[in-house]
Design a protein around this ligand. Structure first.
Ligand SMILES: Nc1nc2c(c(=O)[nH]1)N[C@H]1C(S)=C(S)[C@@H](COP(=O)(O)O)O[C@H]1N2
Ligand SMILES: [Mo]
Length: 505
């Protein structure tokens, strides 16, 4: 039989946990009604992201990939529940202190929400709800203060079950609200002035396992610091152009849509992408050329401003700096509103984002864009550059083997090696594959959709039995051969060659 003291302790700890769960779920519901980003767990998670040193962040991205967000949220939740269990135990002998600890936990979440760039006093609302409900639950489920050692008068199992059920119901309702509120508005996009011809058919019909020529929106990688997607109210959204400009400009979403639109096929890459990695995607973007927007503010060339960078800001104050020279060098970054023929999805920056061909996303592709400020690197640093990443982030020439997969078991004989290669701004002229360190063999290239877009490639291969080592390299149209010299993603992008081992029998 379990000694009663242990049972009483377990109950106290559980009371603390349930106080945190029901309180947190109430806070989540409150956030669903106001601003999803202020929900206690995501608010703390976002603050953790911002405070985490760059090497740890890199490690997390490398280790967990795009699961980094759920892992972080889960960790915040687990730590919170452990602390809450502690508060429950303390409350057994010292109810006032236990209550104070629960309030303290909620206060941390409140502080995290209020001090976010987008925060303000109102952001504390969900944490206040959390604290209030948490204390009520702790009081209700904890042992009566007058008789701490009397389990007989403590609340029964039913009260605990009810509390658990209430937590689930509140959290589910909150989650439903958050989802409903982040559903995309009915945006009707205008057509481009001169629509591009449809993208040619890619190699995906012929080479099984190769990346499709155009990445479907749902498969497009997502990288950002957000735990909760921003809710952007289109009526209130503005794009401001300010800083060292002849005249400030403010555009509504309709103003932006009324400007001449262009369509561009651009492959986007994340600086955190390891050679052979998946943080790269190719899409058709619809938007307004950034130079046309700057011209409205009176900046047509570098001579019109003292600025050397365009600092773009998202709806929450996250920033990206793009060298002005790059913006004006003819590559025409876009303020994009459409992706693959649809309005930008939330996760890719609805309602408008920057897309700068040839630059890694962290220096050219601000999502949820609201402001473009002409300033200098000396004056203002952006989110990632402040954390040590390079100011200039040109995408390095790279190539990836999509098929066969690493450690695939293949039958000997005729098969095919295939993948994608990119060198934005210059274009890929040649892709070569090497087997077991042998001679480089030239691959067939897929269709060409411009220098800013990736090329698919393949090589028919007569696989001989044994363990085989495949490597790939690309060469740009201006003759740069992808280097074998390895570099880690930090601080300006990975380099080296991808090698894939396969077993042939
Ligand atoms: N507002 C905002 N924009 C952002 C980021 C971000 O964290 N916040 N991340 C950047 C990075 S690092 C990359 S690689 C691209 C990724 O865009 P995607 O998620 O649409 O693929 O967005 C960029 N734009
Ligand atoms: Mo990135």
């Amino acid at each position: 039989m379990t000694p009663p003291v242990t049972v009483a302790r377990a109950r106290s700890a559980l009371a603390g946990v349930l106080a945190a769960l029901v309180g947190g779920a109430s806070g989540h519901l409150a956030a669903g009604l106001t601003d999803p980003a202020t929900s206690p767990v995501p608010a703390v998670g976002s603050t953790v992201i911002d405070l985490t040193p760059t090497p740890v962040k890199e490690w997390a991205v490398a280790t967990f990939g795009t699961a980094d967000k759920p892992v972080l949220l889960g960790s915040v939740l687990v730590v919170t529940l452990l602390l809450a269990a502690g508060a429950g135990l303390v409350a057994r002998r010292r109810p006032a202190l236990g209550t104070a600890l629960v309030v303290g936990l909620a206060a941390l979440a409140g502080a995290a929400a209020v001090t976010r760039p987008e925060g303000g006093p109102a952001a504390a609302f969900p944490a206040l709800v959390t604290a209030g409900v948490g204390v009520l639950v702790l009081r209700r489920l904890g042992p009566p203060p007058t008789a701490p050692q009397a389990p007989a008068t403590a609340p029964g199992r039913r009260a605990f079950l009810v509390a658990g059920g209430v937590a689930v119901a509140l959290a589910a309702t909150g989650q439903w609200l958050v989802r409903t509120r982040t559903a995309i508005a009915d945006v009707v996009l205008p057509a481009a002035r001169r629509p591009l011809p449809p993208l040619p058919a890619g190699l995906e019909g012929e080479v099984p396992g190769i990346s499709p020529f155009r990445t479907p929106v749902d498969d497009f990688y997502r990288i950002d610091t957000r735990l909760v997607l921003p809710v952007v109210d289109l009526d209130g959204w503005r794009l401001r152009i300010d800083g060292d400009v002849a005249r400030e400009v403010e555009l509504t979403f309709d103003d932006l849509l009324a400007m001449p639109m262009v369509e561009r096929d651009i492959t986007m890459t994340c600086v955190s992408n390891e050679v052979g990695g998946g943080y790269v995607g190719a899409a058709r973007w619809l938007g307004v050329p950034l130079p046309a927007l700057l011209a409205r503010a009176g900046v047509r060339s570098a001579a019109d401003t003292g600025a050397d960078q365009v600092l773009s800001t998202d709806v929450d104050g996250f920033t990206i700096s793009t060298p002005l020279e790059v913006v004006l060098d003819g590559r025409e970054p876009l303020v994009a509103v459409g992706m693959n023929g649809e309005p930008l999805p939330r996760q890719h920056g609805f309602p408008a984002r920057l897309v700068t061909p040839g630059l890694y996303g962290y220096v050219g592709s601000t999502k949820w864009l609201t402001r473009l400020t002409l300033t200098t690197f000396a004056e203002q640093a952006a989110y990632w550059t402040e954390r040590g990443w390079a100011e200039q982030g040109p995408v390095k020439v790279s190539s990836r083997i999509d098929t066969p997969r690493p450690f695939a078991e293949l039958d000997a004989g005729r098969t095919v090696v295939g993948g994608v290669a990119w060198a934005q701004g210059r274009g890929v002229a040649r892709v070569e594959v090497r087997v077991d360190g042998g001679p480089w063999q030239e691959c067939e290239l897929g269709p060409d959709a411009g220098v800013d877009y990736w090329r698919q490639w393949y090589l028919p291969w007569d696989a001989e039995p044994g363990t085989r080592r495949l490597a790939v390299r690309a060469t740009t149209t201006d003759g740069e051969v992808q280097t074998e010299v390895r570099a880690a993603p930090f601080p300006d992008g990975a380099s080296g060659l991808q090698e894939v081992l396969v077993r042939v029998s």
